[in-house]
Design a protein around this ligand. Structure first.
Ligand SMILES: [Zn+2]
Length: 313
């Protein structure tokens, strides 16, 4: 009996240490007092970046990852750092790689804040986002995503006690985008308005609006000291914002050149891809990503780009 007890205890100890050592699907980085970025790990198990701000009387989370498992790991990390309640999650946009874990945050007590248009798109347009990679399981998961509780098409201030969080409505990535600023720490969570060293998904975007919005990230005297949490890629600075804008500008220029030479479809991709890769050798640019970017940029320049249409409330 004693021996059985000992081995059971050993087993429990073993499984406890195995759980403790299970790697997080993201890397948690403290950027300022009570401000954390959760950066998608090298295996991309979280699907995107997220983060959170610990205020005087509660926690505000920015984005919820793609999987509920990753969201659960985020909640566990928050609980490890603070006993304060999780009060809000802000969805920077409707894409499922940022909203897939919303139910976990809601179950943890959060009110889901999003742009007004997200309610009309989250359960439908997310299916298009995956194109030929959609599966019946993923479709069912998308159709069951919770709808946001609190929506806005204006800027919003959320007070966490004395801590002021500024939620801004911006244009560019989907037509329903929010950024989240923590002015006292000079930190901006940009959602997918910024990608660092990875090509952005332009499926719902307007590069014209996007470039204009990102220019505002660099406005103001504090820009050089700002830290940015992008939607994808590591924590960024003002130079990364510059690089990202230059990437989009270069893409638009190359696609325009190709169109002028009457190139289309694959030929246009073959014209743009090697040139873009040569200018951005340290970016991870997959064939699939650059082909999609060229296609959507071509559509935007042709005036045929389809973007999500706001639905009635
Ligand atoms: Zn997105």
């Amino acid at each position: 009996m004693m021996k059985r007890l000992v081995s059971f205890a050993a087993l429990v100890a073993l499984s406890a240490s195995a759980t403790a050592q299970a790697p997080l699907p993201f890397v948690l980085k403290q950027l300022g007092p009570g401000v954390y970025a959760a950066i998608d790990g090298p295996e991309h198990k979280a699907g995107s970046n997220a983060g959170f701000v610990i205020g005087d009387d509660g926690v505000l989370v920015v984005d919820a990852f793609f999987t509920q498992d990753a969201a659960r790991a985020l909640v566990a990390e928050i609980k490890r750092l603070t006993p304060k309640p999780i009060r809000y999650v802000v969805n920077t946009h409707y894409h499922a790689d940022h909203t897939g874990g919303d139910q976990v945050l809601r179950d943890a007590g959060a009110i889901i804040i999003a742009h007004r248009n997200v309610r009309g798109w989250i359960r439908t347009n997310n299916v298009n986002l995956f194109g030929d990679r959609i599966t019946p399981e993923l479709k069912a998961r998308i159709e069951a995503l919770p709808l946001p509780d609190l929506v806005t098409d204006k800027d919003l201030i959320v007070w966490l006690g004395a801590r002021r969080i500024v939620v801004r409505t911006v244009l560019g990535h989907t037509g329903g985008d929010l950024t989240v600023a923590v002015p006292d720490a000079r930190i901006l969570f940009t959602g997918d308005m910024l990608w660092r060293k990875v090509p952005p998904n332009l499926i719902d975007g307007s590069v014209k609006e996007w470039l204009a919005t990102d220019a505002t990230f660099l406005g103001g005297p504090a820009a050089a000291a700002m830290q940015f949490v992008p939607g994808h890629g590591d924590v960024a600075n003002a130079k990364d914002v510059d690089d990202f804008r230059a990437y989009l500008t270069n893409l638009r220029r190359l696609v325009a050149e190709g169109r002028k030479a009457k190139l289309a479809n694959d030929a246009l991709v073959q014209y743009v891809a090697p040139k873009q890769r040569r200018v951005y050798p340290d970016w991870t640019i997959s064939d699939r990503a650059i082909a999609a970017e060229v296609k959507y940029m071509d559509q935007e320049l042709a005036g045929t780009k389809k973007r999500p249409v706001p639905q009635p409330d």
